[in-house]
Design a protein around this ligand. Structure first.
Ligand code: ZN
Ligand code: ZN
Length: 197
């Protein structure tokens, strides 16, 4: 394990949240366009605390999403400044809590604080761990040229390149086609067997 469990879950949630935007989602459309979609995301991640599920909350969460995506891709020193700003602005007060069957972990907001603020602060607390452990390069953007997805690379050798297997497969097919095209004029026939049928 690279980070503590709660930090890894918090980071995975940020990536999942960011990947609901049209540029990053599997569907290619905005996946946070209604309070119901937001509720589904929160249920999937067993996100506790206050939910208003109104338009205002939705707008705030989408703003938080954009802010976190930018933060995700910052250099370590800049990310540290941004995290400090975020924690100060939200008047974050870290405390250990145990709830819903989860063992002791950190919350830095009250459960009745607005959802977007709790999302930002929880992400900031996770980033505190990432920055302290000098692991900002674990926070990546998808290598697929047509995808704006982000992900946290928790693989042993930090070698993950794509946000999803869908992107990985698509890029593999594209690379294969590109290789086949360049191989075609070759007179040796060496690559003939690797061409798509
Ligand atoms: Zn909690
Ligand atoms: Zn992707």
């Amino acid at each position: 394990m690279i980070f503590t469990h709660d930090t890894e879950v918090a980071l995975a949630f940020v990536a999942a949240l960011a990947d609901t935007s049209a540029e990053a989602s599997d569907s290619g459309v905005e996946e946070l366009s209604t309070p119901a979609e937001l509720a589904t995301l929160l249920d999937t991640w067993e996100y506790s605390g206050r939910r208003d599920l109104d338009e205002r909350e939705l707008v705030e969460v989408r703003e938080a999403r954009a802010r976190l995506r930018a933060l995700w891709l910052q250099e370590r020193d800049d990310a540290a400044v941004a995290v400090n700003e975020l924690l100060a602005e939200a008047h974050a007060v870290p405390r250990l809590v145990r709830h819903d069957g989860m063992d002791w972990h950190i919350h830095a907001t009250e459960p009745d604080a607005p959802l977007a603020r709790r999302i930002l602060v929880e992400a900031a607390m996770a980033l505190v761990d990432v920055i302290r452990a000098d692991q900002m390069d674990r926070l990546r953007a998808c290598d697929a040229d047509d995808c704006e997805g982000i992900f946290v690379d928790l693989s042993k050798n930090a070698s993950r390149r794509f946000c999803s297997t869908r992107c990985g497969n698509r890029m593999a097919v594209r690379a294969y086609r590109a290789r086949s095209l360049t191989a075609r004029p070759g007179p040796s026939g060496m690559d003939a067997g690797t061409r798509p049928a």
